[in-house]
Design a protein around this ligand. Structure first.
Ligand SMILES: *Cc1c(COP(=O)(O)O)cnc(C)c1O
Length: 240
C-alpha cells in the first residue's frame, strides 16, 4: 500500500486524498454511486483533534467501536456534527445510547439487539440505518451471523419500523493475497445479491460495508459501497 502511516494533520489530509484517488480508480460496480464509495473514517483510538483535521480534509462520517470513547468525541465535536457510525460489538445494555447518538450501526448480528435498537430509536428524527454483520468465513469466536441465517435475520429486521435495513457488513480475518481477500468479498457480494433477489421487501438494500486499510482495493473490486479505513487515514491507534 502506498499509504503513509504518519499522523500529523497534513498527513491526514494527504492520506485522505490518496485513498480517495485509489477508490476512484478501483470503482467497478454499478451499486457504487457516481461520486464513488463512501469513505468511513474509523476513528477508534484517535483523538478529537485528529478527527477535526480529517473533517477539514473532507471526511464527514466517522466510525467508532467503543461507546464511551465515542460519546466523548461526539460531545467534543458537537459544533461540526458529522455522521456517526457504530461499528463495534454491541452489548444489550448500550443499545439506548447507541440508538440515540448514531446514524448508522454496522454490527447487528442478532434480533434481540435489533429489537432493542428499534425500541430506543422511537421518537427520534428518523430511522436508524442498519447493516447486518455476517461471519462470512464462519470463523469460530467471531462476531456476525452465520451466512445461512442472514435471510432470516434480514426478514425480521425489515419489519422493525424505526430501523432502516441497508445491507451487509463483513470484517474478515486478514488475508495475505489479493485473490483470497477478493474471494471473501465476492462471496459476501453474492450473499447480498441473493438476499436482495429473495424478496421485493429486500430489493432496495443498497449497502455493502466491507474493506479496511489492508484490503480495501479487493473490497472495492467486489462492489463495496462503504469502506471503513482507520490507520490508513490516521496512522497508528493509541489507547484513549
Ligand atoms: C478498526 C476497524 C476498522 C479499521 O481498520 P484499519 O485497519 O485501521 O483500517 C474497520 N472496521 C472495523 C469493524 C474495525 O473495528
Amino acid at each position: 500500500m502506498p499509504l503513509t502511516s504518519q499522523c500529523t494533520t497534513s498527513n491526514i489530509a494527504k492520506n485522505i486524498r490518496q485513498i480517495k484517488a485509489l477508490l476512484g480508480e478501483f470503482r467497478t460496480n454499478s451499486q457504487q454511486s457516481v461520486d464513488g464509495v463512501k469513505l468511513l473514517a474509523v476513528s477508534k483510538g484517535q483523538s478529537s483533534e485528529k478527527l477535526l483535521a480529517a473533517w477539514h480534509a473532507g471526511i464527514n462520517c466517522f466510525g467508532e467501536n467503543y461507546l464511551q470513547e465515542a460519546l466523548n468525541k461526539i460531545d467534543a465535536l458537537s459544533s461540526i456534527n458529522p455522521e456517526w457510525h457504530f461499528i463495534g460489538p454491541i452489548q444489550a445494555n448500550k443499545t439506548n445510547k447507541i440508538a440515540e447518538h448514531f446514524s448508522w450501526v454496522h454490527t447487528v448480528d442478532r434480533l434481540r439487539i435489533a429489537t432493542r435498537l428499534n425500541r430506543h430509536r422511537q421518537g427520534s428524527s428518523g430511522p436508524l440505518n442498519i447493516c447486518i454483520q455476517v461471519n462470512i468465513d464462519r470463523e469460530s469466536s467471531k462476531s456476525g451471523v452465520d451466512p445461512d441465517s442472514t435471510h432470516e435475520l434480514a426478514n425480521a429486521i425489515i419489519d422493525l419500523p424505526h430501523l432502516r435495513l441497508r445491507g451487509l457488513m463483513v470484517l474478515p480475518a486478514p488475508k495475505t493475497s489479493f485473490a483470497s481477500q477478493q474471494d471473501t468479498f465476492r462471496r459476501t457480494a453474492e450473499l447480498f445479491q441473493n438476499l436482495k433477489n429473495s424478496s421485493p421487501r429486500l430489493q432496495s438494500l443498497d449497502t455493502l460495508s466491507m474493506g479496511t486499510t489492508h484490503d480495501m482495493l479487493a473490497a472495492i473490486a467486489e462492489g463495496a459501497t462503504i469502506v471503513r479505513i482507520g490507520t490508513g487515514i490516521f496512522g497508528p491507534r493509541q489507547s484513549l
